[in-house]
Design a protein around this ligand. Structure first.
Ligand SMILES: *Cc1c(COP(=O)(O)O)cnc(C)c1O
Ligand code: SF4
Length: 396
């Protein structure tokens, strides 16, 4: 039986130089390696797509039907990771629309996480007591077809706006319970160093803000952005963590490794966030290759997200049992650091709910029956009788 490199989970080595010479013959390596060139030259329409990738009829129709839905857009660098002849290519599926996007399924919503009602001022989502999500822009270097925030990203309406930012900063200053600010969007690393620093500096000087995070997909889709200049600026604002959106082992290129190394060398702890996607990374061997590959780049797998029920995403969603099987295939079989927490974002603003496979089989009096990763049963004498449960307090 032929096992393709894709499904076996082994990263495919792409010849990005050959890709550049074929599709961008007049472009120098210097231009190609300049993130602003990558951004300016994103593939954004039917002509741009068809110049590089022979589209299927389904993809072609979907691109034409799309109208005011989530735009198509990805960098030439990311395009070079796509296999041109394979409509089932995992990265291609996440970037090029198909008509299944227009199907609405039960339970799907435009704002599945109920973020809008939790937004006290534009650009901020305050769902949890001590942390806020700060949506700094609606631009991304690439638009993922399954994006939870497809209702707002890429609309070109929410430019980085000083007024919106100033109001959001005022809110954070006035809410002393907020000790953790997560910058997301859109992608914060689309901003220039100056704008990003303006924001980071103001957040950093708020005494009760003790922890800053940047949520980004840039190291996977436009690693050229992680320049020495950017990193030099970022490291002034510690403790600063990065949550990086990764999807498939094919993203773990030399360029990506260099970007992660620069960030890690600047003392920025790196975590990954991966959305579980049918036909893209829902194979245990693909997920394992991704998680282990990330560890080699000093990225700690943080969350594996159950795909949110955003309108038109049913072709991407897997049953929860698939995610649990993937976690079971990791825990006990490889480095514990490689095992992310599997998370469901409860629809309607309920927040994140961990979906841990259950290793507890039951209880007999004081004895708990557990099953290990190999399925063997063990008994553990539990001190439940003497327990004094701490009540969960939410200090204000
Ligand atoms: C996910 C999320 C956060 C961050 O949650 P962590 O579990 O701390 O990573 C914060 N605010 C909102 C609204 C979120 O959805
Ligand atoms: S990078 Fe994030 S915010 Fe942007 S389109 Fe993808 S999932 Fe959505």
């Amino acid at each position: 039986m032929m096992i393709s490199a894709r499904t076996s989970g082994k990263p495919v080595s792409h010849d990005r130089r050959a890709f550049r010479q074929r599709f961008y013959p007049d472009i120098t390596a210097r231009e190609w390696n300049d993130w602003r060139w990558q951004l300016r030259n994103r593939i954004r329409d039917l002509a741009g797509l068809e110049r590089i990738i022979p589209l299927t009829e389904d993809e072609r129709t979907a691109v034409l039907r799309r109208q005011d839905a989530l735009p198509v857009g990805f960098t030439p660098y990311y395009a070079s990771l796509i296999s041109r002849d394979d409509p089932a290519d995992p990265i291609r599926k996440t970037m090029i629309p198909v008509q299944a996007e227009f199907i609405s399924s039960p339970g799907e919503m435009v704002d599945p996480l109920g973020e809008d009602p939790h937004s006290p001022v534009p650009g901020l989502v305050h769902t949890y007591p001590d942390k806020v999500l700060f949506l700094v822009t609606d631009f991304c270097a690439t638009y993922c077809r399954y994006c939870t925030r497809s209702r707002m990203v890429g609309a070109g309406e929410y430019l980085p706006d000083r007024n919106i930012w100033t109001n959001a900063l005022d809110y954070i200053r006035e809410h002393r319970e907020v000790r953790d600010v997560l910058l997301s969007g859109g992608d914060p690393l689309i901003l220039s160093e100056d704008r990003l620093e303006w924001l980071l500096a103001r957040l950093h000087e708020i005494p009760h803000v003790e922890f800053l995070r940047v949520g980004t997909k840039i190291p996977a889709v436009m690693p050229q952005r992680i320049t020495p200049r950017l990193v030099k600026m970022l490291k002034k604002y510690h403790p600063l963590f990065f949550s990086i959106h990764f999807t498939h082992p094919a993203e773990l290129t030399r360029e990506c490794a260099r970007a992660c190394a620069r960030l890690a060398d600047a003392g920025i702890p790196l975590g990954s966030q991966t959305v579980l996607l049918a036909g893209v990374n829902d194979d245990p061997s693909v997920m394992k290759a991704l998680m282990l590959g990330l560890l080699k780049m000093r990225v700690k797998p943080y969350y594996l997200h159950q795909c949110d029920a955003v309108a038109g995403s049913s072709h991407f969603r897997t049953p929860i049992s698939t995610g649990k099987a993937i976690i079971r295939n990791l825990h006990g079989y490889t480095t514990g650091y490689a095992v992310p927490t599997y998370m469901l974002d409860a629809p309607g603003g309920g927040g994140k709910v961990p979906l841990t496979p259950d290793y507890i089989e039951g209880r007999e009096g004081d004895t708990v029956l557990v099953r290990n990763h190999q399925g063997d049963k063990y008994r553990y004498v539990d001190g439940e009788r003497n327990a004094q449960h701490p009540t969960s307090k939410h200090e204000r």
